[in-house]
Write a protein that binds this ligand. Structure first.
Ligand code: GLU
Length: 592
């Protein structure tokens, strides 16, 4: 169900906000570390739906495919497989079989919550200094993002297979059918896909003739009426559908992938290649979610190697500990929020990395007395740039500090089925179209640029340094809120390092301010870069005051589009309400 601008105008009246900015196509923004993928939103219609079972994804065709699975009696996981495989075809700039992701899964019958970590992994040939030039400086990010050394062993297929083996109700191959059909028969692009193709072109596609053949046929930017087909991807999907997920890692398809990578490798001298063991040894890691109580709720999300979850939990805990200012019309409420984001970011960017490499002191970082100390320090010095804290049990800082890298090409979907099972999933190829390399029809990720490029600074190791077999730090953070032991809200978003900013803002609006799901998603975002504030420009619901008031005169502030892609589910009087972010092109659909 698409409710258009009218709804937003009504919401605006509620928030006493000024006139709504009209829908418009904004030209592609320059690529920079401060412009998450497609910071060039064009959408203003909000899609929402309510029912017993609800699907929210980033693309109408993926939402339809997921709904179809649920209608056939499928589990949330069947719907997830259908949605992610369709997204691989129709939203290849964001996620796909050549990428990775995190699933937060709620099993309603067993009342269990689990994280499946399908994050990409560095191949065995990886060296800590792979992304350094010969003079020791980091390779420029654009160049690094298109190298084969940026591609991690993909985890998406292993994640979908593992989840489906345990929770799927429909035959595995039937969940692939919608994607196979779309890849073979074709689909029309959305405006965002076309903008993403232009963006990829500007980052660089010269190294990948496969990309241009698929997405810029004839060397031209395609138009909205062009039908896109990817028959090779259709065959790859059909093979996985027939032979199961393991074929990707140790079967006919694995051999095809290794050949494809080896062929591309002949153009990149320093690339040491992938071995068959790199694929064979890849496995999904089942992790315990990290949870934290906030008022009457328990918030659960994914642990390291993602730092997004930790940042959200700390942000909400800091807000709670400093006394929530529960009026969105007061700039002070937002200033407090921005300061909490900043203090949480300082910890996640310092302490988080793959826990198989160095353990992350999660318990200490979420310990009540530690958070109370951080909250007090935050109130005492609201405008100074905070450093990481020393959690209980730590008496010194073992790592060098680094500045965060660039992260940009991701999708999020949230699904609840009629039994109450939930699949809350964020999938990614890293930047727009990942490395832009294409193997077996699949866009390959550049997720290994999420490692710190410099493994050590002045002799001190960097926590998130690159190493063979390691998974790079992420910001992805699918999250479920529980009340009295039962899920009442599920949320996630793309957005690179701003993911925790987006999700914390949604939680502040929904839980602490009590706004409706539509308001929570559509109201403006506030982010923090270094010591400066970034206020969302052209948000679906405008700021209820002049955004310049946010700085309180003390902090630098600028405004720019902040292109989240939130998929929110919220339980209201026994019915799930789903909302897709009007900043992108997603839809929400319910089964009554
Ligand atoms: N590579 C990022 C991460 O793992 C996600 C990028 C994005 O959200 O656009 O956190």
């Amino acid at each position: 169900m698409i409710r258009a601008l009218v709804l937003l105008l009504i919401l605006c009246t509620d928030l006493s906000c000024p006139e709504l900015v009209a829908a418009e196509l904004v030209g592609a923004a320059p690529v920079s570390r401060d412009d998450p993928e497609g910071a060039e939103s064009s959408h203003r219609a909000i899609s929402s739906a309510a029912g017993l079972a609800v699907v929210v994804t980033a693309h109408p065709l993926a939402t339809d495919a997921a709904r179809e699975m649920l209608k056939q009696g499928g589990d949330a996981v069947d719907a997830l497989v259908a949605a992610q495989t369709v997204l691989a075809v129709v939203e290849p700039q964001s996620s796909g079989l050549g990428g990775g992701g995190f699933l937060l899964h709620w099993n309603a019958r067993q009342q269990t919550l689990e994280v499946l970590d399908g994050r990409e992994q560095a191949p065995s040939s990886s060296q800590p200094d792979d992304l350094l030039r010969s003079d020791g400086g980091p390779i420029p990010w654009r160049e690094a993002s298109s190298q084969l050394r940026a591609i991690g062993i993909p985890g998406t297929v292993a994640l979908l297979w593992d989840a489906h083996q345990r929770f799927g109700r429909l035959p595995w191959d039937s969940t692939f059918q919608p994607a196979i059909n779309l890849a073979r028969e074709g689909f029309r692009p959305t405006p965002r896909l076309l903008r993403s193709i232009s963006l990829a072109k500007r980052i660089g596609t010269g190294h990948s003739p496969g990309f241009d053949q698929l997405y810029r046929p004839g060397g031209e930017r395609p138009s909205l009426d062009q039908v896109f087909r990817n028959p090779v991807l259709g065959d790859t999907l059909a093979q996985i559908a027939r032979d199961g997920g393991p074929t990707f890692y140790d079967g006919v398809l694995a051999a095809q992938i290794l050949n494809g990578i080896a062929d591309l490798g002949s153009n990149e001298q320093a690339f040491q290649g992938w071995s068959s063991a790199d694929l064979k040894n890849y496995s999904v890691i089942r992790r315990r979610p990290v949870c934290h109580p906030i008022q009457r709720w328990k918030l659960c999300t994914v642990p390291p190697p993602s730092g997004g979850g930790l940042a959200i939990l700390q942000t909400l805990a800091l807000l709670d500990a400093t006394g929530v200012i529960s009026n969105p019309r007061r700039p002070k409420a937002w200033q407090r929020f921005a300061t909490a984001l900043q203090w949480a970011d300082a910890d996640r960017s310092y302490w988080v990395n793959d826990p198989n490499d160095w353990p992350v002191p999660m318990q200490g970082l979420l310990a009540p007395q530690y958070l109370r100390g951080r909250a007090k320090a935050m109130l005492d010095q609201p405008y100074s740039l905070p450093g990481p804290g020393l959690p209980p049990g730590r008496s010194r800082y073992p790592f060098a500090r680094t500045s965060p890298g660039i992260e940009q090409g991701t999708t999020h979907l949230s699904i609840v089925d009629r039994h109450g099972n939930m699949a809350v999933y964020t999938g990614s190829v890293e930047t727009v179209f990942g490395s832009r390399h294409v193997v077996a029809g699949m866009v390959m990720n550049n997720q290994l640029t999420d490692f710190a490029f410099q493994p050590a600074i002045q002799g001190r190791p960097v926590a998130n340094r690159r190493r063979a077999g390691k998974r790079p730090m992420s910001s992805m953070a699918p999250l479920i809120v529980f009340e009295q032991g039962q899920p009442v809200l599920a949320v996630g978003s793309p957005g690179g390092r701003t993911i925790p900013h987006f999700i914390s803002r949604v939680l502040m609006a929904s839980l602490l301010w009590g706004l409706t799901p539509e308001q929570s998603v559509a109201m403006p975002h506030l982010s923090i870069r270094g010591n400066g504030l970034v206020a969302e420009r052209d948000s679906p619901i405008p700021w209820p005051f002049a955004w310049t008031e946010l700085s309180g005169g003390e902090q630098e502030i600028r405004s720019q589009p902040l292109n989240s892609g939130i998929a929110l589910l919220q339980l209201i009087q026994g019915r799930w309400h789903g909302v897709a972010d009007p900043r992108r092109e997603g839809t929400a659909i319910a089964i009554p």
